[in-house]
Design a binder for this molecule. Structure first.
Ligand SMILES: [Zn+2]
Length: 123
């Protein structure tokens, strides 16, 4: 069963859009706004989501012992490892021996490398 084409409504809509009246302008503005919203809203939501995810990621901590990622700041909720202890034991915070670089002399000794078999020395 085929529905008949609603020519009456199409004609009425066309007249409303073409007529220079207030209703036609209102409908055009409405369609314009809806189209703009449909195009711009996903972009806005995507940008907001990206920024939110970056902010969220900054607050997440990954446990060095078990690998669980959480919002906890002191103790891992899964295994109970202290995050502060993890931070102190991380390689980035290992203290180097106190050597003043201005008082250190590095002696470099030049050593001639013997030629490898099958290669000819140039020069
Ligand atoms: Zn853990």
């Amino acid at each position: 069963m085929q529905r008949p084409i609603p020519w009456l409504w199409i004609l009425l809509g066309g007249l409303l859009l073409l007529a220079p009246g207030a209703i036609g302008r209102l409908l055009l503005d409405l369609a314009e706004g809806l189209t703009f919203l449909l195009i711009v809203l996903p972009l806005l939501l995507g940008g907001a989501g990206l920024i939110g995810w970056q902010l969220l990621k900054r607050r997440l901590h990954t446990c060095q012992a078990c690998g669980v990622t959480s919002f906890a700041t002191e103790v891992c909720p899964a295994c109970g490892t202290m995050f502060a202890a993890d931070a102190a034991a991380s390689p980035g915070s290992v203290e180097a021996p106190a050597i003043d670089a201005r008082n250190v002399t590095i002696n470099v000794e030049a050593v001639e490398v013997p030629p490898v078999d099958g290669q000819k020395r140039s020069g």
